[in-house]
Design a protein around this ligand. Structure first.
Ligand SMILES: [Zn+2]
Ligand SMILES: [Zn+2]
Length: 176
């Protein structure tokens, strides 16, 4: 292979780390959504995490998802309406597990690659974690406005990787 062809097939760093996040997400056992997150300092991988129940307790495949119903404000024909939404609360979100399994010193100035746009709680925690950049792939519109505002206030780079094609074998179905 000549150098030009090699460059064409060689993954750029964003794709490389997002691919790893998707590979990590295949460990998830919540059928509603498989999320993976990785911590990167420079070009060095410092941690990986996915959404799951605490270690040593039954997970979603063993005990079923733990469904909680919440009311959400949604715009319907330009009017705000309260709609019922279900979510699984058995799992610790990937971003939160990433914070549980990495050191503060490692996080200072680093980047999080995460398969899904963080929810409000995860974004709020990441905003206080020392990281300076979040790169995600799948959009999560529910909390987007307030999360984007928060990141602006914190000066955290917040960007969607697009275009991007997840690696084969990733679980792409999402229950919302
Ligand atoms: Zn679940
Ligand atoms: Zn979250």
């Amino acid at each position: 292979m000549n150098t030009k062809t090699q460059d064409a097939v060689r993954k750029d760093w964003d794709t490389y780390f997002m691919d790893i996040a998707y590979m990590v997400s295949t460990r998830s056992r919540c059928p509603r959504r498989h999320v993976g997150a990785v911590l990167v300092q420079g070009k060095k991988l410092l941690g990986t995490a996915y959404n799951g129940a605490p270690m040593g307790v039954q997970d979603c495949l063993e005990a079923g998802c733990m469904i909680s119903e919440e009311l959400e404000v949604k715009l319907v024909d330009g009017k705000e309406e309260l709609v019922k939404k279900q979510r699984c609360i058995r799992t610790i979100h990937a971003e939160q597990n990433l914070l549980l399994f990495t050191d503060r010193a490692d996080r200072e100035g680093s980047t999080v690659y995460v398969t899904d746009q963080p929810c409000w709680t995860c974004a709020n925690m990441l905003a206080n974690s020392g990281i300076v950049e979040i790169v995600y792939h799948r959009a999560y519109p529910k909390d987007s406005d307030k999360v984007v505002r928060l990141m602006e206030q914190k000066g955290i780079v917040f960007r969607r990787l697009d275009p991007y094609e997840p690696p084969a074998g990733a679980h792409m179905e999402v229950t919302t």
